[in-house]
Design a protein around this ligand. Sequence first.
Ligand code: ADP
Ligand code: ASP
Ligand code: MG
Length: 815
Amino acid sequence: MKIVKFGGSSVGSGQSIHNVLNILQNKYTSGEKFIVVSSAMVGVTNILTELAETASKGNDFKKGLIEIEQRHFTVIKEMITVKNQNPAFTQIKIFINELEDLLQGVCSLRELSLQSKDLILSYGEKCSTFLLSQIAQQYFSESLYVDASTLIKTDSNFGNARVHTSVTEHLLQEFYKKHSNQVLFFTGFIASNENNRITTLGRGGSDYTAAILAAALNAEEIELWSDVDGMLTADPRVVKKAFSLSELSYTEAMELSYFGAKVIYPPAMIPAFRKKIPIVLKNTFNPSFKGTRIEEHTHKNTYPIRGISSIDEISLINITGSGMIGKIGFSGKLFSLLAREQINVILITQSSSEHSITFAIEPKDVQKAKQLFNSEFELELETNKLNPLVVEENLCVLAIVGENMKQTPGISGKLFQALGRNGINIHAIAQGSSEYNISVIIKRKNISKALNAVHDAFFTQLTKTLHVFSIGTGNIGSTLLRQIEAQSNFLRKNNGIEVKISGIANSRKMVIDEEGIDLTQWEERINGGEPSDMETFIQKIKFLNLSNCIFVDNTASPVTGTYYKELFESNVSVVTCNKIANSSSYKEYKDLKDTARRRGVDFFYETNVGAGLPIIRTLKDLMTSGDRIIRIEAIVSGTISYIFNHFIGDISFYEVVKKAHKLGYTEPDPREDLSGKDFMRKMMILARDAGYKMEENDIKLGAILPESCMNASSIDEFYEELKKSDSYFNELKEKAEMENKVLRYIGKLENGKASVSLELVDASHPFYNLTGSDNIISFTTERYKFNPLVIKGPGAGAEVTAAGVFADLINVGSN
Ligand code: ADP
Ligand code: ASP
Ligand code: MG
């Protein structure tokens, strides 16, 4: 025989009850024996709680009462044939009338005892279970409604009563002997004390009813039917990637549910465990799914942990003082006092110095705990042996659970790293000696981010989600979005990475969507977005507080960089192709790097130099692996590269520049390229990354153009001047040809000195054979002394630049 319990959502509407009946009919026709336990309709216990409180303040409770009545009446009309509806209407009406009298009583007295509250709450289960039994009667004529409060006996701890096991088992067994041939529908949640006053078994207590019945009647299995596919790795409402677990041990289920996985009520595990009865968590809305099986022994888990859960709101109490040191029994006394006052201690940590004890309790108990402490330890407080109690509020507990954790090193490291990377501060840690659970206390506002980050960290076969906020939708920005869109399946499948674009902004509009923007429609989304405002955009990123968050700057704006520091401080990584921040003052550059390092986030700007070519990364790798840079030589301007690579043979310098301009290789005013300023800034970034404290003025900038060209007041005039300077350039070219050399504009860093200048190089130089508009960089180092490490390739263009940004993005969080 099985105990089959249906939760509130399963009996919450005609449609769900329809599913329940299908489940029962399948059992019935296959000859399976079962007893049904039912919760109140979803939400009804909450409404009753509110009504009781409303009434106790003397306020009108009628509206809520009518709502409860209507919900049951609607189901009667939907699920019972008209000629059979009367008994159901009558009994529900009787229950509602009784309820009304009770609420009226509370209202007149302006007083709500825990005892009256339990009595009021019991009507939720009475109504739903009676109704379910009436509906079932149409299919199984021998259906019988059973008010379990007459059979389950408890102490008088109203609201959370403790069961008297032996008398309860006896009553249940006697009852079952007489009714085993019927299909029984037991009310969940409710019981009664020695004086037959109604008690309740705690919120979620219908699960407990099922387990009590199962233990008393030696059921073979307990099925708990809810609205989820069993126990998931985390609360599916918060962690979208949570997946269902096929099995769990009793201990694991206990730990997960104790720490908030509400799908099963922790005390329900006790009778089941005592009698070794398996519990199966099933989904009424997906009945063919196997669900989760809870048993004593399980197969080996492939993941280091089973699941993650959390308790939403706790307060942390810190007790400090010399009075505790070496004092045997202090903590014993403290915790028995708390137990005496029914204050539930959720977890405890004690420092090894014995100088402090920290424990977590529910916020509602804080006042009581404070009073208790102040009165019981008055003397110690007066003599300063104990310090006044300190309370930290707005906290919550996150717990990772699993039997595999035992003897597996590195689990806590992984947990702390996942939290640390996301800037989540840990207020206290507790690891049970069982090693089945590690709990950390963190700020409430971080819980969603923490659960998702920790879930990503432990279930790594799953996708790691990067939450990206991308600004700039010009050439590079839009190319990047297209590349991400095209690559997303591959990344998900092969790298376990999911790139979610959570926000896009340009200078006109912006859009933010926590769920991710569909990249096939980003243009429509941004056009339909709100007017762009950088400050608001940044504040929203901070407010959303998402895990693995990255800000991508594809603009040339001088403003965006001013937000990097603030973003780092909020644990957001930055990937940028905008080099304004890195080429401002050294102080600012250094501050950004330091802040990112301090906050444990990434600051990647590979595309600041040589677009997608791996220049910055190579330099970093050389340095971190202990190599010493002797010399860096570079051509890191595609435009200048093109111009000098083509300034050979009969063509004049003027013609080359014109051609480059026409091909779109230059800025609208070619002098912006030919001034060498941009080139110089790239050299400065390289020099800074190589460890030199360098400002713009420290770099010797050799001119390409004669003064007259630079001073020209318009572009047309500039070209005229350039034409006039042909002889100057021709001389340079002829000199080069005579010496079998070529002209190259080269940036150099050596002995801490940086320069950019026009040079003549011979065939032995790696830059001699440069073609097209390629960039080239050569690193001469201790290890690459005689044969420098050379990187060469296209150093401009939206496609390669976006690819460089993309690579940076994927690398965030990987080292
Ligand atoms: P019932 O009314 O059927 O007893 P509950 O509402 O008490 O159902 O519990 C089911 C709910 O528990 C789910 O809808 C889900 O939102 C929540 N829940 C929290 N943590 C978990 C988890 N780790 N696995 C499954 N469900 C969870
Ligand atoms: N109806 C009760 C509650 O909402 C018991 C249960 O659903 O298990 O807490
Ligand atoms: Mg429940």
